[in-house]
Design a protein around this ligand. Structure first.
Ligand SMILES: Cc1ncc(COP(=O)(O)O)c(C=O)c1O
Length: 374
């Protein structure tokens, strides 16, 4: 069998960062403030300026980041929160954990992001039923591409909804020069290791221009503490970021713009190499810059393609094999019709994608895909 290749090569990045990362980790350990230490505040500042928002509140992971915002907005029982059916479980999970009701919405079949038409249908359904209060929409910037906020924003405004943008997969992405994180009433991201900007454990962050919200988030991530550590005006959670993770992220941020350029170049090469009427390559909307967290294609015979590539030592992943609206844990919740999510769950497959994928290896992947599909 040809030499196996990794789906994501995080060790290549580790080698590039070398001593500077080792030093940053050692300093975080020696500094002795292991949770929410000075590197966390420094990271929050750097992220705020990178994204161009007033406030960044770092926390333990991208799931908590979503939950913290919902809690800060007092979303709970009787509230409807609209989420895409084609996303990672965390997007809907936090809604249920907050005690509110996730309402599933279909996605566009070419960009994989939330469909405005389906959102309109889901909102009309909730209004017609008259049981739940429509409160929040959580668009997801799936696979690294911002949702179509140019169309979502006026709708959300008109309908008096809050918009929480789940940019877990899209830190660094842009839409008409607005950075993911700066769009919506609040946004969140994840620093899970395999994300475009990932740490060496779990990490996440909330982004907002709303000072009151930022203050509530800081309180909620630390057990709802008030001015004094043992005074609790709110019921919070423990979702603090470790100092080591912040130190790692600060180092990784230095090479991040270069890595995004490398990802973009690889995506362009995939697009060009995979031109075939048997493959639907990803569509990026006008004015959007994806960070290519995944390079995801659609094919008719996915099982054969995956098996053929595996034989060639090429790993693939399916994000996501079952729409959330069809998952056992979530089937009880209301849903608009989701035909696109259903079809995508049967046809999508993600190919190896990371900044350190060399052209020769990428050509090997492209050749193997074309050969398998005939
Ligand atoms: C779309 C989406 N939302 C939320 C999350 C949750 O992030 P975390 O794993 O950091 O909790 C993820 C992570 O995989 C994600 O892909």
């Amino acid at each position: 069998m040809p030499e196996p290749i990794p789906f994501i090569d995080l060790q290549a990045q580790r080698r590039r960062l070398g001593e500077s990362l080792t030093r940053a980790i050692a300093e975080a350990v020696e500094g002795g403030q292991w949770i929410l230490g000075p590197q966390v505040a420094a990271l929050e500042e750097r992220l705020a300026s990178a994204v161009n928002v007033k406030h960044v509140v770092a926390c333990a992971n991208g799931t908590d980041a979503l939950l913290l915002v919902l809690r800060a907005w007092d979303i709970g029982p009787g509230d409807a929160v609209f989420v895409p059916a084609f996303t990672f479980a965390a997007t809907a999970e936090v809604v249920a954990l907050a005690g509110a009701t996730p309402v599933f919405v279909d996605v566009e079949d070419d960009t994989y992001n939330i469909s405005l038409l389906s959102l309109k249908a889901a909102l009309a359904m909730v209004r017609r039923d008259g049981v739940l209060r429509p409160r929040v929409v959580i668009p997801v910037d799936l696979f690294g591409q911002p949702a179509d906020y140019r169309r979502l924003e006026p709708f959300v405004e008109r309908e008096n909804l809050l918009m929480l943008c789940d940019a877990a997969q899209a830190f660094g992405a842009k839409l008409h020069n607005r950075a993911a994180g700066s769009i919506g009433h609040a946004a969140t991201t994840s620093f899970y290791p395999s994300k475009p900007l990932g740490c060496y454990g779990d990490g996440g962050a909330c982004f907002t221009n709303d000072s009151g919200l930022a203050e509530a988030l800081r309180s909620l991530r630390a057990h709802g503490q008030g001015a004094d550590r043992y005074e609790h005006p709110r019921i919070g959670i423990n979702s603090r970021l470790d100092t080591i993770q912040a130190a790692i992220l600060i180092e990784k941020l230095k090479i991040f713009p270069d890595e995004l350029t490398m990802r973009e170049k690889l995506a362009t090469r995939y697009d060009a190499g995979l031109k075939s009427n048997r493959i639907r390559t990803p569509v990026v909307i006008d004015g959007a810059q994806s960070v290519w967290a995944q390079y995801t294609i659609q094919v008719d015979n996915r099982a054969k393609l995956q098996a053929d590539l595996k034989d060639q030592g090429i790993p693939t992943m399916v994000f996501y094999p079952i729409p959330l609206s069809k998952q056992r844990a979530y089937a009880q919740f209301p849903s608009a019709p989701t035909p696109n999510s259903q079809r995508l769950s049967e046809q999508v497959v993600s190919l190896p994608m990371h900044p350190y994928l060399d052209e020769k290896t990428q050509d090997r992947i492209i050749e193997a895909v074309l050969k398998s599909l005939g």
